[in-house]
Design a protein around this ligand. Structure first.
Ligand SMILES: Cc1ncc(COP(=O)(O)O)c(C=O)c1O
Length: 372
């Protein structure tokens, strides 16, 4: 049996539902769930003992597993409660001034754009590009000027499924000395990410989508040498934090400097476990995700649907155009098929352990509902 077949047996939802909604929230696989439960149970039985055990290397063992997934160094990985927090850390950490430009776009999830709106109050120019799906990268890149300080975009778009060529974006950004901040919540765990090769500066992701981890888990990658002085300080931002001395603050140099206070250890232990499993099988996952989304596009077109997501620039998200997506999604739920309505279509987001049969069943049902 190949990895995706054995893994499927550890995802209990597959016994009851056709679940093609990983771009929203993923069902937690058993080994990932057990990692959280083990920790919570240990705390219930032994209080501070397991906490101190997990923390005694400053969560290095967890950072290492996340780092491996994206080819970063463990010292470049911090744990964050959600994607929005990480984006705010960068937005307020890179010291943007009046007249500086941030490039983002109107196809982004608001978690990417809203943090920058606050900066407009101090005169930062937030350029909200209106890109076309077919020319996304060209449209973003043509907005760059000598005043651009940051490009903030998603790796994979939540509402079109487009996967962006990060290498191309960061190369052009570097040519004017701008940073790149990439929201990887729709790509991490589904498609290969190599922060070194693509030369991006910041990447953030909550763990609860393609990384199949609990809500409250998440990571932020900050390239070594950047944001040495974070925008917020908390007791854990000090290298002296275990002295509990309110007068003695020494800025921490490691990735804990962004963590401010207590992190959700149980959720992030689960995330680290998921990253360990996924990174050991990333080749297979990457190609399965791509094959299944290609299959979805092909089969939906065969059945007469328009598909918004381009075949040559996608990861795991496919948007199929239908009339009245919300009604169709509710009807599908009655048939134990879970997908999401997004804009003018239905978002089908297949992870590597889904099957072609599940996709056929889903699209056939969408056809029947649409015809009735
Ligand atoms: C691209 C993108 N970014 C961020 C989020 C969610 O942000 P957060 O983790 O802060 O809740 C989503 C959720 O759908 C998303 O699609």
């Amino acid at each position: 049996m190949r990895f995706h077949e054995t893994f499927r047996q550890q995802v209990p939802i597959t016994n009851e539902y056709t679940y093609l909604n990983h771009a929203a929230i993923s069902p937690t696989p058993l080994p990932v769930l057990y990692e959280s439960l083990r920790y919570l149970l240990d705390i219930s039985r032994f209080g501070t003992i397991p906490v101190n055990q997990e923390e005694n290397d400053d969560f290095f063992h967890m950072r290492e597993k996340v780092a491996r997934l994206i080819n970063a160094s463990p010292n470049e990985i911090s744990f964050i409660p959600n994607t929005s927090f990480g984006i705010n850390v960068v937005a307020h950490g890179i010291d943007l001034k009046e007249g500086d430009e941030v490039i983002t776009d109107n196809l982004e999830f608001p978690a990417v754009t809203f943090p920058f709106f606050k900066l407009t109050k101090k005169g930062v120019n937030v350029k909200l590009v209106k890109p076309k799906i077919e020319s996304f990268e060209d449209d973003i890149l043509s907005a760059i000027t000598s005043k651009t300080r940051l490009i903030a975009i998603s790796h994979v778009s939540f509402n079109t499924g487009v996967k962006v060529d990060l290498k191309r974006i960061s190369k052009e950004a570097k040519s004017v000395g701008a940073y790149t901040l990439i929201d990887t919540i729709q790509s991490a765990g589904a498609t290969k990410i190599n922060v070194k090769d693509s030369d991006i500066d910041f990447a953030v992701a909550g763990g609860y989508k393609w990384l199949m981890s609990p809500q409250g888990s998440g990571f932020m990658y900050v390239k070594e040498g950047l944001l040495e002085d974070p925008p917020f300080y908390g007791w854990k931002s000090s290298s002296t934090y275990l002295e509990f001395n309110a007068e003695n603050f020494k800025l921490e140099k490691g990735p804990r400097r962004f963590e401010i206070g207590t992190i959700d250890v149980g959720a992030n232990l689960a995330l680290a476990k998921a990253c360990e499993i996924l990174s050991q099988n990333m080749e297979e996952i990457n190609s399965r995700v791509s094959e299944l989304s290609s299959f979805t596009i092909r089969y939906a077109k065969e059945k007469g649907f328009d598909v918004i997501t381009p075949e040559d620039k996608k990861a795991g998200i496919v948007i199929v155009k239908v009339k009245d997506p919300k009604t169709v999604v509710n009807e599908l739920l009655k048939r134990k098929i879970i997908v999401s309505p997004r804009g003018i279509g239905i978002r089908i987001s297949t992870h590597f352990y889904n099957t072609e049969e599940e996709i056929i069943g889903t699209i056939d049902e969408i056809k029947k509902i649409s015809n009735s």
